[in-house]
Design a protein around this ligand. Structure first.
Ligand code: UDP
Length: 236
């Protein structure tokens, strides 16, 4: 199905297909953090992230969240609908962690009374700055009517995902999603994996996500394997 390489990102490659409306996404083994200042990889990482994304996207689509996923083609390849990615990182937080906890001088681990939705401008050169709804409108990134749609979708993803993670023995602390346009429809796109979620083990509190890589906590590959195993059991 693959034709020519359209785009190569930090963790994925995108190829054209015979159809204008579909592309192939190839998951790479690379791992980056801090706007790609820190680089790493491990064998099998692409396949694990793809497996988790496919399981979660299938589950989300059964639960009312439309996604770009069409089908899995191979261990590191997905066939997806071609969408126009909105250049926003849509972040949902259930527990404060990372840079946001630091920003407000709150200790990591503060549970929020209700989920918080935030937008960041997806722009590597600017290091993905936080932006307000009005700033997103000012930049012409989104239409006014899309802002509530994006928030509703993000909160719906949070509801479904938090339940799955809970069943798999993990707390969904926060996550980032990307959303694309297919005509005037919004579809969940990109991926959902430990690369873009914070997951804490419910029993031990251990970090089970990319923070193991960011903070040099060790057992990165083992942790991604464990998350994949747990999700496969819950979603089989
Ligand atoms: N995130 C991501 N890509 C980014 C920024 C954040 O996937 O470019 C994810 C991150 O893994 C976490 C959530 O979004 O699960 C919230 O990240 P935060 O803004 O707290 O970033 P950090 O503390 O890493 O600066």
């Amino acid at each position: 199905v693959r034709k020519e390489l359209l785009y190569e990102g930090k963790a994925k490659k995108i190829y054209s297909t015979e159809l204008q409306s579909e592309v192939v996404v190839e998951y790479k083994d690379s791992l980056t953090a801090f706007n790609a200042l820190k680089k790493g990889s491990f064998a099998g990482k692409g396949a694990l992230n793809l497996r988790m994304t496919a399981l979660l996207f299938e589950h989300l689509s059964k639960n009312g969240v439309p996604t770009h996923l069409i089908k899995q083609l191979g261990p590191t390849e997905l066939l997806v609908k071609k969408v126009e990615i909105i250049p926003l990182e849509v972040v949902v937080r259930n527990v404060l962690a990372g840079s946001t906890a630091k920003k407000f001088g709150i200790e990591e681990g503060q549970v929020l009374a209700k989920p918080l939705v935030e937008f960041y401008f997806k722009n590597d050169a600017l290091a993905d700055p936080f932006l307000s709804d009005d700033q997103a409108l000012m930049l012409g990134i989104v239409k006014e009517t899309e802002i509530p749609q994006l928030k509703t979708m993000a909160l719906k993803v949070n509801d479904v995902l938090a339940k799955v993670m809970n069943q798999a023995g993990m707390t969904l602390v926060d996550f980032k999603i990307e959303i694309g346009r297919e005509g005037n429809r919004l579809l969940l796109a990109d991926e959902i994996s430990p690369d873009c979620c914070r997951l804490w083990d419910k029993k031990t509190g251990e970090k089970m996500d990319k923070d193991r890589f960011r903070r040099d906590l060790g057992n990165v590959a083992e942790t991604y394997q464990e998350v994949c195993k747990r999700l496969s059991e819950v979603l089989k």
